[in-house]
Design a protein around this ligand. Structure first.
Ligand code: SAH
Length: 383
């Protein structure tokens, strides 16, 4: 599904960006990504494009209902065994998209007695268009759902989910040039079209040289601003116990690489091709993420791959039960689950990281490395 060489399109936002670059000069990649997603008039998340089968992204919850159901049961177990069954608990979600995962989670959460009555749902969403979609999806639960735009607009004890949320956070990039590391930006070529360029400005050159002494010309380093998320979790933790479950496309080792990508109508294209009309994302650096959360005083579980996490919380068992109960849908359920677990697809490329307020015990779903048996023994034991 690649259309990377298609010419740039003159979208309304492209015209505005070109005009502003003509007047004020090139902008950083981070500002470009921010404008493409959140421009007040033409930003991707302001529009209707993201909806339905015609939408650009299909996330795990939309591939299989089992995904949200497992998250709901997991949250119920956390409420009971980790938080000690408090009378009320906030189930918060950052960037719920169409609300599918929360709907499936709430439906399944009834299997943990008492949990559904204790749970208040709070959705953190910046897009008015998506809030409307979430309201429709969650209409059965409307008496206990609230919305807000702030990452900490709810009360602990809280269990917070974020699936494919951080990949939509604008990333800064730096590029290695023959003058050394420089900020990567977006400017205009001689025909007046958008093109990547490098910019003057402060750049941690020495640190980058030390990190990647052998980087080739054109190598890119990328970083998201994770301090806001980390400090939010720190503040929330000071008010009561918090558990955060983050799932995203990403990598776990420090590395160079340009992961900015654009998808429009399920087809990859250049991130400069359709400003405001394509979904722009980056891959999450879980090494940076884990470091930021740890520095903020949280304890961590994972990261593990999505396949490992879903396996540990019982995806096979749940899917089998669902297939027996709905034999006419068995093939569809099996195909969905296979897609979530595929080692070269979502199962391996998506990572799961949990963070918890200090003092809480480690969370289910993340294997304890100390409990690992040498390979072979586990198999012999028939597990
Ligand atoms: N979690 C959903 C949707 C992922 S799309 C799913 O898995 O299907 C990313 C979501 O994050 C959208 O709902 C988008 O509007 C929201 N979002 C991105 N950045 C945000 C921010 N800074 N504040 C609030 N919501 C944000």
């Amino acid at each position: 599904m690649s259309n990377i060489h298609a010419p740039n399109r003159n979208t309304p936002l492209a015209m505005e960006l070109k005009e502003s670059i003509r007047q004020d000069g090139p902008m950083t990649v981070q500002s470009y990504m921010g404008r493409c997603l959140w421009d007040p008039r033409h930003g991707y998340y302001r529009s209707q494009r993201v909806f339905g089968a015609q939408g650009d992204f299909i996330t795990s919850a939309e591939i299989s209902q089992v995904f949200g159901e497992l998250i709901g049961v997991w949250a119920g177990v956390i409420w009971r065994n980790v938080l000690g069954a408090p009378k009320t608990v906030t189930l918060a979600e950052y960037g719920p998209g169409r609300g599918t995962m929360m709907r499936d989670a709430l439906r399944a959460s009834r299997v943990v007695p008492g949990f559904a009555d204790a749970a208040r749902v709070h959705l953190v969403e910046a897009s008015e268009t998506l809030i409307e979609a979430q309201r429709a999806t969650l209409s059965d639960f409307s008496d206990r759902v609230t919305w807000g735009a702030d990452l900490d607009g709810f009360d602990p004890p809280a269990i917070i989910f974020a699936n494919e949320f951080l990949d939509a956070w604008p990333a800064a990039q730096w590029v290695k040039t023959d003058e050394g590391w420089r900020i990567r930006g977006v400017g205009l070529d001689i025909t007046g079209e958008l093109q990547f360029t490098d910019l003057d400005g402060d750049c941690p050159r020495d640190a980058f040289e030390a990190l990647l002494p052998d980087a080739q010309l054109g190598a890119v380093i990328e970083a998201q601003r994770l301090d806001q998320l980390a400090s939010t979790l720190k503040r929330l933790s000071e008010r009561g116990p918090v558990v955060l479950l983050l799932i995203d496309y990403g990598y776990t080792a420090a590395a160079a690489g340009d992961t900015l990508q654009a998808v429009r109508n399920h087809v990859y294209e250049s991130p400069l091709a359709s400003p405001g009309e394509a979904d722009l994302t980056v891959h999450v650096n879980f090494y940076d993420l884990a470091s930021a959360l740890h520095r903020a005083g949280l304890d961590l579980d994972g990261p593990v791959t999505q396949a490992e996490f879903l396996g540990a919380v019982g995806i096979i068992e749940r899917a089998s039960r669902l297939m027996s109960a709905n034999p006419q849908r068995a093939a569809e359920i099996e195909a969905g689950v296979a897609r979530l677990l595929a080692p070269n697809g979502m199962g391996g490329r998506f990572k799961v990281l949990a963070a918890r307020s200090r003092g809480l015990p480690s969370l289910p779903g993340f294997r304890d490395p100390a409990a690992d048996e040498p390979p072979g023994q586990a198999r012999d034991a028939g597990r």
